[in-house]
Design a protein. Structure first.
Length: 217
């Protein structure tokens, strides 16, 4: 396998944001509705997708647009203070960049992810960052991936998408690219091309393919 283009998901993949995002959601529910929801349950819903979490608690508590706005404000505060990239994530992204291959980001999140990437030294290692502001349909729709593939004339056999959820896997399948599932504890039943539990394992995959490509050229 010979990868030149590495496309990353953000939440739960590049950065360990779920615990802090779930905490922000929990605090918002307590503040706006006076309820104390289980943190693990909130995070479980989010790991399916953020839309799943919003829909679940909208049905349960009739949350509204004001709740969503309030949550976003808490989310930015909690993540800016606490969210960190996964161990060795920066090292791998830097290695890819130094090997004259390319990092890309495709996330549902808004442009607040850019400030986190700048803060932790990722921004300059990425060729392009696609966020909510780009207006693509939500995953598993492959439109965002397809745009990157078309814009940079990617060979799909040289393209790897890395994510932590089933919607990421389906997105990669619909775009016709390889998929690596980053799953620390869950989702190992999904039929991904690669499965890793930590970034040391991911580095082995990336290093092997990039080293092979460099020798061939």
């Amino acid at each position: 396998m010979d990868f030149k283009h590495i496309i990353w998901d953000f939440d739960g993949t590049l950065f360990d944001t779920y615990p802090h995002t779930a905490r922000a959601f929990q605090v918002t529910l307590k503040r706006e509705y006076g309820v104390q929801e289980n943190l693990g349950e909130i995070e479980s819903q989010m790991r399916i997708s953020m839309q799943t979490a919003f829909d679940f608690y909208k049905e349960k508590y009739e949350t509204d647009d004001y709740f969503c706005k309030s949550f976003k404000e808490f989310q930015i505060i909690y993540e800016n203070q606490n969210a960190l990239p996964h161990i060795n994530a920066h090292m791998i992204c830097r290695f890819i960049h130094e090997q004259e291959a390319f990092n890309y980001l495709f996330t549902h999140r808004d442009k607040s992810v850019v400030s986190l990437m700048q803060k932790h030294g990722f921004y300059e290692l990425f060729r392009e960052i696609i966020t909510k502001e780009n207006g693509f349909p939500r995953k598993p729709a492959p439109d965002g991936l397809n745009q990157l593939i078309k814009k940079y004339k990617m060979n799909k056999n040289e393209t790897l998408y890395i994510g932590d959820r089933e919607i990421d896997l389906k997105c990669a399948e619909r775009a016709g690219v390889r998929f690596c599932l980053f799953a620390r504890d869950i989702n190992f039943t999904l039929n991904a091309d690669f499965r890793v539990q930590n970034f040391s394992d991911l580095y082995y995959i990336i290093n092997s393919t990039l080293s092979t490509r460099k020798k061939q050229h």
